[in-house]
Structure formats: C-alpha cells, structure tokens
Design a protein around this ligand. Sequence first.
Ligand code: C2E
Ligand code: CA
Ligand code: CA
Length: 279
Amino acid sequence: AKEQGKNQYQFFNGEMDRIVLQKTIIETALHEAIEKKQFTLFYQPQFDGQTKELIGMEALIRWIHPEHGIISPAIFIPIAEETGQIISIGEWVIEEACRKMKKWSEQTGRSLRMSVNISPKQFLKENFVEHIYSVLQNTPLPPHQLDLEITEGVAVFNEQYTIDKLKQLKQLGVHISIDDFGTGYSSLSYLRKFPIDRLKIAKPFIDGITEEKEDVAVVKAIIVLAKNLKLRVIAEGVETLQQLDLLRSLQCDEIQGYVLGKPLPADVFEKTYMKNQLP
Ligand code: C2E
Ligand code: CA
Ligand code: CA
C-alpha cells in the first residue's frame, strides 16, 4: 500500500509538472500571438425565433497558430484569463468586432447587433467601461449595436461593483446578455438587481429538450422567467430541427446554433449574410 501511495504521488507530481509546463508553453506562445496578431474572429448568426430574420451575430475568437493551425478558445481563453493576457486579447476582440459591425452596417444599411464575449477578469478591470466608451466613439458605432455577453460569475467577486459597472454600461446604451444562463451563480436574486437585456440559455439544457422532460421544464421556466422580467431570451447550441421547432413553439425570442448557421470567418460570413441591401 505504501509503495502504491508513493507511485500515486509520483504520478500526481509528474502530471502537475506536465500541466504547469503546458501552461508555460501556451503563455509564451500567447505572448507571441498577441505581438504577431495571430488571432482572428469568426462570426455566428443569431436569428429571430418567430420571423427567422437575422438579428445579429456573435464574435468568437480563433488563434491561427503558424504550426498548429486553428486553436479553440476553449483551450487558450482560460489560460489567458489566468495570466492576465485576456485583457489585451479582449480589447482587441472588442475593437475588431466593432470595426466589422460598422463596416457591415455601412455595407447593408442594416442595424444588426454584434455580441462579444467578455471574461470576468476583463469585466472587472477598472478601465473596462472607459475602453468600451472609447471604442464606440472611435469606430464610431451606435452603442445599441454592441451586446456584451457576460457570465453569472462576475457577480461572485463583488456584487455592488458589478451592478455599478452594468449601470454605467447601460447608460452608454450597450446591451448586456447573461451567457450560459443556468449553469453558474446559483442565486437568481441578481436578475432583479442587474440591469440586463437578455438571457442566453446554456447549451446543455438545449441538448436535452427533445428527450428529457426535465430539460424542457427548465427551458420553459427560463423563457417564462425572462418574459416576466421583460428580458429577451436566446437559445444557443441549437443543433436539430426538432429542437428548433420546440423552441419556437415555446416562444423563445432568438435562436443561435449549427442548425441555422455555424461560426464563419469574416469573409465567408459577409458573403453569406451581409448582402448589400442598399438601393
Ligand atoms: P460560448 O460563449 O458559450 O460560445 C458558444 C460556443 O458554442 C462556441 O464555441 C460556438 O462555436 C459553439 N457553438 C455554437 N453553436 C453550436 C452548436 O449548435 N453546437 C455545438 N456543439 N457548438 C456550438 P467556441 O467558438 O469554440 O468558443 C468556446 C468558448 O470560448 C465560448 O463559449 C466563450 O466562452 C469563449 N470565447 C470565444 N470567443 C471569445 C472571446 O472573444 N473572448 C472571450 N473572453 N471568450 C471567448
Ligand atoms: Ca457567448
Ligand atoms: Ca454560451
């Protein structure tokens, strides 16, 4: 037993070393990626649940590594959060997404909405609101065309600080969505206190709605909750026509998912959805 314990200890130690090493490698590579501008944004369309009209898009970052190809944000965003590199990466994302929205607005004459993911560390940075303000001024982009997707996690650090910052953002005129709704912070009390516009129902609930009674019940309840609080509600990760039909019958306001459109590079997104509608 003693021998086994020792082995486990060694294994654990080795595994830890490997993880730490991997993190250090990614941190160094991220540093280079920031300098060499190896990031790009993909865009995924969001549609009105009833009219099926395009209403906006979500910007999703990709790292185009010269040797490893496209690296998913699921791998590097958590590390960038830990190292603080998310600040400069996140600022670039906001600037790039706003520039693109401006260009597409001019091209199409339509006023669509650009959703940008904001990680908690980024949101909690003291100059976050100022940065948003200066990007909107400089682009320039009408504030209502920018939607910030935050997670319930921002409330854990300091609820009053979060409320103050959200109020400042609302004063600017930007939209706020709660991403992955239902998976994080357990108390719903913040819904009354946070000046938000939209709930984004987390994908795990959507996955089960055509098979699991419980998931339908949860999704139904979230939609009713949103309506009663006068919030918009969007379902994400919608993959099948059955899920789509069910969500539409439940009066879900907005839909995003592979069944209607995958995230696409800017040029492909533009060719597919940004056809010139000006006379
Ligand atoms: P998220 O914000 O929940 O984004 C939704 C993820 O689900 C995206 O993965 C998207 O490509 C994927 N997705 C959309 N529709 C479907 C579907 O029908 N089926 C399936 N299986 N997946 C679908 P992606 O692009 O890999 O992003 C992963 C996560 O990385 C995001 O989750 C978000 O938390 C984070 N992320 C992405 N871009 C950024 C960014 O610019 N800044 C920050 N801070 N985080 C980002
Ligand atoms: Ca998101
Ligand atoms: Ca999400």
